[in-house]
Design a protein around this ligand. Structure first.
Ligand code: AMP
Length: 283
């Protein structure tokens, strides 16, 4: 049976709701999202339910992490369906502030991180992105004060950046990464997949196919460069234009020359039509 989550949109209402939730020393998990929820988001919520006694989900399409030429205005907003999904998962609280609540007039602060936020992956192609993410996630942590926060490995660099920030700033939040949830044909679930034309949707699984094959070759002892070159060929042959396709150290995201140098993560970002997708796999 599902129970309606408490929905709050202002900071005073959030504080009151948290006072109620936090009584009797309940542990609280936060799942930050931009809405347009799919099974990937739901897997974060389900793990949160297992790890904490109360679960809050934030839905906020954060203007600060979009560049002017990106898809902020077009980003899918599916409030009714999102609410139904979260109610079905018995989420306790939905934090759904508007932009004025998050960035009131005169707002002039930013959290800037280095380390995994400056490794030449997403940060090169979306220079404003991590400043927007860390600032909003820092605010969400301050507002909700969760014990635990869950982030998807889908946004692998983001997971590393937020984990580092929480540690560096002693935010008292344990950040937990959650495996990527994929469609049956391997495409990583994403709110942006709905932008794909039927033709591009048909080609899109090449992204994962290329990564998976490269990971297998590297595990089997092949060198990184030829394995990545084959993956790049698979991905571009499907109609993608590559931003990057790289083997990085899975923890630091530093460039890595061979398997001996540490655990490897293969990361890709590429555009098909007008839709930019990202994905990654462990080696
Ligand atoms: P978003 O709403 O796209 O900002 O995503 C909210 C959270 O869900 C982020 O931590 C994402 O990494 C995570 N997420 C998005 N897609 C997936 C997926 N396919 N599998 C697992 N986590 C995901």
């Amino acid at each position: 049976m599902s129970r309606s989550p408490v929905i709050v949109r202002t900071l005073p209402a959030l504080r009151r709701a948290l006072d109620t939730l936090r009584s009797r020393h309940a542990s609280l998990a936060l799942v930050p999202t931009m809405g347009a929820l799919h099974d990937g988001h739901v897997s974060l919520v389900r793990l949160a339910k297992r790890r904490a006694s109360k679960v809050a989900v934030s839905i906020f399409v954060n203007p600060a992490q979009f560049a002017p030429n990106e898809d902020f205005a077009a980003y899918p907003r599916t409030w009714k369906a999102d609410l139904a999904r979260l109610a079905a998962e018995n989420v306790d609280l939905i934090w759904n502030p508007d932009a004025k609540t998050m960035y009131p007039a005169g707002f002039a602060s930013k959290i800037l991180t280095e380390g995994p936020a400056l490794v030449g992956l997403e940060d090169w192609f979306r220079p404003q992105f991590f400043g927007g993410v860390t600032t909003v996630v820092g605010k969400l942590f301050a507002q909700v004060r969760p014990d635990l926060a869950l982030f998807g490995e889908k946004d692998f660099q983001q997971l590393r950046v937020v984990t580092r920030m929480a540690r560096d700033l002693d935010l008292g939040v344990k950040v937990l990464g959650v495996q990527i949830v994929r469609e049956r044909d391997g495409l990583a679930m994403s709110s942006r997949n709905r932008y794909l034309s039927p033709e591009h949707r048909g080609s899109a699984p090449a992204l994962y196919r290329g990564l998976k094959k490269a990971a297998k070759r590297i595990r089997g002892g092949d060198k990184l460069a030829p394995a990545l070159a084959e993956a790049a060929a698979t991905i571009t042959a499907a109609g993608f234009k590559l931003d990057y396709l790289e083997a990085r150290h899975a923890e630091t995201l530093a460039p890595i020359a061979s398997r001996k140098d540490g655990p490897i993560r293969l990361l890709v970002a590429a555009t098909i039509g007008t839709t930019r997708l990202i994905d990654n796999v462990a080696v």
